[in-house]
Design a protein around this ligand. Structure first.
Ligand code: SF4
Length: 320
């Protein structure tokens, strides 16, 4: 059994170098047992292992509550964590859960049957948040914000009840990028979706093991595995129009310049506070000739960007 320190910095988790292994396209793995499928599966496992390592998501002795919605992302997350659990240098417990929010038409047999067949410890929690949301939110208004708050409360309480100290959510790289641009466009903040965070009451640590995985890869994996997907429109809520527009904007950027989303994503973990404008992040007022600034002097320079990594056409890019 490794020491606590080894668990925090587990050498063997690290099976990929993100610089050398960008999120690349694979041909669609048509069959679950094809070579393409195994390559994709390995890539997802490496990316999840890397994210777990980089952000210290899972420690020895943890109990991780894996939240399943019935969508492709959370099925893929559970699959990958179960696989990594077998090979990890540390030992941790995985408990799968689904919150049945009582939306009309929710096929409540699908997840229990799936989890039973998988043989994984699991719980189905029933809480009629749907009625609460319907009652409180006027017809035609989006219900997602109250619905998510109620869901969060239910999951946090349940995690405490079963002694889970980590809660795993299935958000992926593209969710993080979308949130980043939503916050920038509509909230005037440079803020994304963190791979690991502590709940306001300090009782729960939320982790996002799929942070490095692209939605495209997850879609391909889910198709090949033929997960019993539960549609996410059962509540009847309108999709957030702005989020959809931002998603389409990102897709079009990637089509025009493959690799751009990866570069933006990497930029989120290579932040130069001295070259932004936030006086709370960097002490501009205290800056003198004696201050060492890592990024150096670019006062008079035009910056060079390698065209193959980041084409210098930014001014030509349509925002929407
Ligand atoms: S889409 Fe429906 S179930 Fe999902 S968060 Fe919004 S209201 Fe809740």
């Amino acid at each position: 059994m490794p020491s606590h320190d080894e668990a925090l910095h587990p050498v063997q988790w690290t099976v990929i170098d993100m610089q050398d292994a960008p999120m690349q396209d694979h041909p669609t793995p048509e069959k679950e047992h094809s070579g393409n499928f195994y390559r994709l599966k390995r890539q997802l496992e490496r990316q999840v292992a890397q994210a777990i390592t980089d952000y210290g998501m899972i420690d020895d002795g943890d109990t991780v509550l894996v939240c399943l919605s019935g969508g492709k992302d959370s099925y893929t997350m559970l699959d990958t964590l179960l696989e990594l659990q077998k090979r990890a240098p540390i030992s941790f417990r995985l408990v799968a859960m689904n919150l049945d929010q009582k939306q009309p038409g929710f096929p409540n047999h699908i997840l229990p049957e799936y989890l039973q067949n998988l043989g994984v410890e699991h719980h189905i929690l029933e809480q009629d948040t749907y009625s609460v949301v319907k009652e409180k939110i006027p017809e035609g208004k989006t219900m997602c914000s109250l619905c998510s708050r109620l869901r969060r409360g239910a999951i946090y309480t349940f995690a405490k009840e079963i002694g889970a100290n980590k809660i795993a959510l299935g958000h992926h790289r593209d969710d993080i990028l979308e949130t980043f641009f939503m916050n920038m466009f509509f909230g005037s903040r440079l803020k994304a979706m963190p791979p690991k965070l502590v709940s306001d009451d300090g009782q729960n640590v939320v982790i996002r093991p799929l942070a490095y995985c692209t939605e495209k890869d997850i879609e391909r994996y889910a198709r090949a595995r033929e997960f019993p997907i539960i549609p996410c429109n059962l509540c009847g809520s309108q999709e957030n129009l702005q989020r959809r527009i931002v998603g389409e904007m990102l897709e079009s950027w990637e089509r025009q310049s493959p690799g751009r989303l990866n570069n933006i994503f990497r930029a989120l973990s290579h932040v130069s506070a001295s070259h932004l404008l936030d006086p709370n992040l960097f002490d501009f007022r205290g800056l003198t000739r004696d201050t060492q600034v890592d990024e150096g002097d670019i006062a008079f320079d035009q910056q060079d960007f390698k065209p193959e990594r980041f084409e210098d056409q930014l001014e030509e890019l349509p925002l929407l």
